[in-house]
Ligand binder design. Sequence first.
Ligand code: NDP
Length: 459
Amino acid sequence: MGKDYDFDLIVIGAGSGGVRAARRAASYGARVAICEDSDVGGTCVNVGCVPKKLFMYGSMFSQTIADAAGYGWKLTPEAFRWRTLVANKDREINRLNSIYETLLEQAGAQLLRGRGVVKGPHQVAVGSETYEAKHILIATGSFPFQLSIPGQEHAITSNEIFHLQELPERMVIIGGGYIAVEFASIFHELGVETTLVHRGDKLLRGFDEDVRDFVQNELEKKGLQIRLKTNLTGIQKQAGAEPGAPTLHTSFDIGSELTVGLVLTAVGRIPKTEGLGLRSLGVKLGTRGGVEVDSHYRSSIPSIFAIGDVIDRVQLTPIALAEGSIVARNLFDSAQETLSYEHIPTAVFCQPNVATVGLTEAEAQTKHEQITVYRSSFRPMQYTLTENQERSLMKLIVDDTSDKVLGCHMVGPHAAEIIQGLAVALQCGATKAQFDATLGIHPTAAEEFVTMRTPVPRP
Ligand code: NDP
């Protein structure tokens, strides 16, 4: 006789990955509980993808209103009201929190309110109760990394930015990755004098070099201040300044200083494993605290699994969702699946939008003997009647031996929407000849991806 457990699966953390795993597992007939000590939906729903995208939509109107003049619209915009955007965003997030709870309930997964702590290979304590489970899934996500500099406590992170009471006149954003670039673009478009400060010599490490150069140039053309090869060394809060005046004095290693109303640090995210009881139980953790797992997301303790940001592989919602589904299927639907981390489409929601799938040119060069690159840069048709000088970039990377398209990259309006479709093509192993044989939709920017014929000359 097997041991009598309270549940077949207890999930710790009701973010995207945890909720997906819990619902899937319950759909296979497993008895599932999921514990959460904060709002259901995790980072993505509460302080990440969703509210960020709503802020991005909000920020796009300044350019749209300016562009409208060229199309004959005489608009005299009323002042932008930040508090209205925040309040409306909060209402939407509350709605999504309820939907997540309902989905769990409908799936038959029990939501345990409280912080889960692992007490044994099959035991999880939530508040004063301890539950026995056949399997435990850690899906606690990650939290913003903090710099250790004097005055760091005066800076905020992406956790707090969504609840900002007032827009500052001036702000500094530290970092050159997804969050820093997205918020720099959002706040710049909302009229905040924004300076993006990055330690590296280019933004968006990991993206194609042409994309990195292109997007930086476009952001600077719009008036965003970008300081590269610069590190923040300290933040001092000035006493006795006028109410509402910038009060944070920031200093940098290159000697310059800036006085601003807000400092946002966006310098990466760390797996959330502290206080979970994993270390004392002997669950193997990586150097940044992430749970080490095998290709089936099993930790060094066979009954304990982990998925999503907490395993410190790829910090993206669709990856956590896919990993959560796989754990549920493998445990409760007799599957033996693994996830391919190839062809992960991704986007940076700045303006212009950046999106990409597949290899960068540099990666393709190291992995393939001979490649051909197609590149096109143009002023989108929608701006032709306007003063807007923003340009778009599209780039295809093709393997000469197989003719397979290895990478698609875009900077420009709706890049994420366009690249999502091309991700299907790459997943199917599409060749350049098949791209060429595809009819365009005219007139669109996206048709450029099926009409690029002239390769970039090789050096
Ligand atoms: P990223 O890893 O994207 O970027 C971190 C940035 O901080 C890099 O530019 C890095 O520089 C810099 N940095 C790291 N440590 C320091 C330091 N000690 N001092 C100064 N700069 C430092 O992390 P984010 O915080 O922007 O976002 C976290 C993750 O969340 C992303 O990696 C992404 O996976 C996910 N995300 C996805 C989004 C999307 O899909 N649109 C949106 C937002 C987040 P360097 O390049 O030199 O290492």
